[in-house]
Design a protein around this ligand. Structure first.
Ligand code: NAP
Length: 321
């Protein structure tokens, strides 16, 4: 968080554009709407900077020849948004009234803001297993994103936890980088699509530990060294040697405050019109991981933030003219 951000914390009661969320999507929407003279207000919630603030090394965000740090990138992104005229305030949106015009946003502080247009960019959180040892080795062998961190395990042995499309996709991705991948699944059949399962089972350097769940992440000062796996069907524990554990048991979009305001799918993701960022309500747009359950990358979130800003600018122009 930059010092300048703390200065501008008093919102006017009416805003042209309010952006909810200050991750890659929200901040990019802020940069573009500010440069379009829309004077956006970005409301940064519980985790300003989004999921990138819990990542360490980043080497897949374009524009940087050397490895950068996730929190640093987000600080720069916020500084960039503020330097072109976006304001950032720290509060939590607890409800959005999408039936009124202008839209009404209720905040945790008790303040209320009205807005002509709203961009929802609240992101999502990876689900974790909830083990103390998982927390202890987070960022030192434990990750929730193979695309982000897989390369750091080149030629090593790793495990992926989960049985859905994400877990299978991550296992296949890692199998091309790592020496060996163990998929650990708590049941005896996968939830992933059939075609994905076939690809997984054909891959020579992937094995599946069926009916197993992680009881403990093992490690030392160097990071993760193995996993103790418990049997879900009553057998003995088993230890496997791995240097990385990728948890792929799903994500939760941060959209609870918008249920009833815009249409969500059955997993809570905001539904946007295909190829655009328009939601079910004219004038409310959505970008990033609160919409996207497939790509989930900082660069794709930033791209969608740009799209949302351009859609907002066009829509506001149409209202005026
Ligand atoms: P998901 O489909 O909900 O699968 C989560 C997996 O994690 C399940 O196999 C579940 O086991 C397991 N799991 C959940 N909690 C667990 C725990 N505490 N311990 C151990 N295992 C646990 O999640 P997802 O794979 O992230 O996919 C989310 C959505 O995105 C789905 O609709 C999926 O199809 C979609 N998606 C699509 C693509 C694609 O089309 N290319 C790629 C990725 C995701 P159980 O099976 O026993 O419940």
């Amino acid at each position: 968080m930059s010092d300048s951000a703390a200065v501008n914390t008093k919102p006017s009661t009416h805003e042209q554009v309010v952006i909810i969320g200050a991750g890659a999507a929200g901040l990019t929407a802020g940069i573009y709407t500010a440069r379009a003279n829309l004077a956006p207000l970005i409301i940064a919630g519980l985790q300003p900077g989004g999921q990138m603030t819990i990542t360490t090394d980043v080497e897949n965000y374009p524009g940087f020849a050397e490895v950068i740090q996730g929190p640093w990138l987000m600080t720069e992104m916020q500084g960039q948004a503020e330097n072109v005229g976006a304001r950032v305030m720290y509060d939590i949106v607890t409800a959005l009234d999408s039936a009124s015009r202008p839209f009404r946003l209720m905040l945790d502080s008790g303040n209320e803001i009205t807005a002509d247009a709203v961009i929802l960019a609240t992101g999502a959180q990876a689900r974790w297993l909830g083990l103390d040892s998982e927390m202890q080795f987070n960022g030192r062998g434990v990750s929730a994103c193979a695309t982000c961190d897989g390369f750091f395990y080149k030629g090593r042995d790793v495990a992926v936890i989960g049985g859905g499309n994400t877990a299978v996709e991550e296992a296949l991705y890692l199998a091309n980088i790592c020496n060996h991948v163990t998929l650990v699944h708590r049941r005896d059949s996968l939830r992933a699509e059939q075609i994905m399962q076939e690809r997984l089972l054909k891959k020579a350097n992937i094995t599946v530990e069926w009916n197993r769940q992680v009881a403990e992440v093992l490690g030392d000062d160097s990071g993760v060294t193995g996993l103790r796996l418990a049997a879900t069907n009553g057998g003995d524990d088993k230890v496997i040697a791995v240097h990385g554990m990728f948890v792929a048991i799903g994500h939760d979009p941060a959209t609870a405050a918008f249920a009833g305001a815009v249409t969500l799918d059955d997993e809570g993701y905001i539904i946007a019109h295909p190829g655009s960022t328009h939601t079910s309500v004219n004038g409310i747009f959505a970008a990033g991981d609160c919409v996207d359950k497939i790509y989930r990358q900082a660069v794709t979130a930033a791209g969608m933030g740009c799209m949302a800003a351009l859609d907002t600018e066009r829509w506001l122009g149409e209202q005026q003219g």
